[in-house]
Design a protein around this ligand. Sequence first.
Ligand code: HEC
Length: 145
Amino acid sequence: MTFNRAPIVLPILILAAACSRDDKEARRRAAGPSPSPAALAAVASASAGQALFARCAACHPVRAGAPDRNGPNLHGVMGQRIAQNSARFGYTAALQRVGGRWTPARMDAWLTDPQRFAPGTSMGFPGLADPLDRADVIAYLKVQR
Ligand code: HEC
């Protein structure tokens, strides 16, 4: 006897997707209209950030000691000196000349528009348009310590 699982599995998948979207919209509402970075950080989700990190993972490992790829290893990058998280990676002068450390505000600016933050950077990534997505990714990067 054959048993077709699709009619059961499909609604479950749709429900799961709807739930995570609702959670995101609930978090967005909780942060209020035109939320401050602090308000976004308060509702940010490291697990949502981990899912979003799929967009970064082709270029960036985060596991401690993992070799760099197209981009440097990001383990422990929050609070680290800019363009120095991986001792072996060949950073551009564009990113090196920024100076200072990765604060949440600077990471937010970088992830909004890498080329604007460090004109000439080799990070071939257009940026994350949604402030809550950026706050989620930053929350994830923080727990990679
Ligand atoms: C197509 C490859 C690619 C993608 C996708 C990408 N990056 Fe990068 N990233 C790079 C490269 C290359 C650099 C080095 C840039 C330079 O030296 O100018 C970099 C640098 C960085 C740095 C600076 C590290 C340090 O040591 O200061 C951070 C932080 C970073 N990326 C975060 C992210 C995040 C978060 C995402 C996903 C939202 C992402 N990147 C997506 C390639 C990528």
